[in-house]
Design a protein around this ligand. Structure first.
Ligand code: S3P
Length: 174
């Protein structure tokens, strides 16, 4: 990795944070971590099981504790869960660790298509009306990220990662 910047990807459920992060880390040849995957590994439960067992407040506490660990790791590319950036304490921690934050911004319909196609249970997006409400409420917080990348449906995750590498890390691809 040519650049010392460390990057956090945020955005609504289903926008493709995890996949874009995988491609980006591959392109930049650096370490990547996924906050939700780290939580699943440390709790030995799925995210849905944790929320069901402990409730959303407790999940957010577990999320912040794991965010702290991840920020102190060597990972240069981190994908958050869709709610992590909406918590003020998390945003403060991320800034304190000097991460560059990127909002993968897309339409609700695009996210919903991916949410509906996925096998993963998302307790905060069990139906379209609920998910749309959350999506709309969160726009003003996501837009606090340093960079906004509009995810157009015609761009695949690899192309989005390439654009991030070019625009933020000044990579040149032939
Ligand atoms: C959440 C998003 C999920 C997961 C949890 C809560 C949210 O991650 O962290 O279900 O509040 O938006 P994805 O964005 O990867 O689905």
């Amino acid at each position: 990795m040519k650049d010392e910047k460390r990057i956090i990807l945020t955005g609504f459920m289903g926008v493709g944070k995890t996949t874009v992060a995988k491609h980006l880390a591959h392109l930049l040849e650096c370490e990547r971590l996924d906050l939700d995957a780290m939580i699943v590994e440390s709790e030995h439960l799925t995210i849905a099981e944790i929320i069901e067992r402990d409730g959303i407040e407790k999940f957010r506490q577990i999320e912040t504790a794991n965010l702290q660990r991840i920020l102190e790791s060597d990972a240069k590319v981190i994908a958050l869960g869709g709610g992590a950036w909406t918590i003020e304490e998390n945003r403060r921690l991320i800034k304190a660790h000097n991460f560059t934050t990127v909002w993968l911004e897309s339409s609700f319909e695009h996210c919903w298509l991916n949410i509906s196609a996925s096998k993963r249970v998302r307790p905060l997006a069990r139906n379209k009306t609920e998910a749309r409400k959350l999506f709309e409420e969160r726009q003003r917080v996501y837009c606090l990220a340093d960079w906004h990348f509009i995810i157009k449906p015609e761009l695949n995750s690899f192309e989005v990662a390439k654009r991030i590498a070019e625009e933020i890390f000044f990579y040149e691809f032939n």
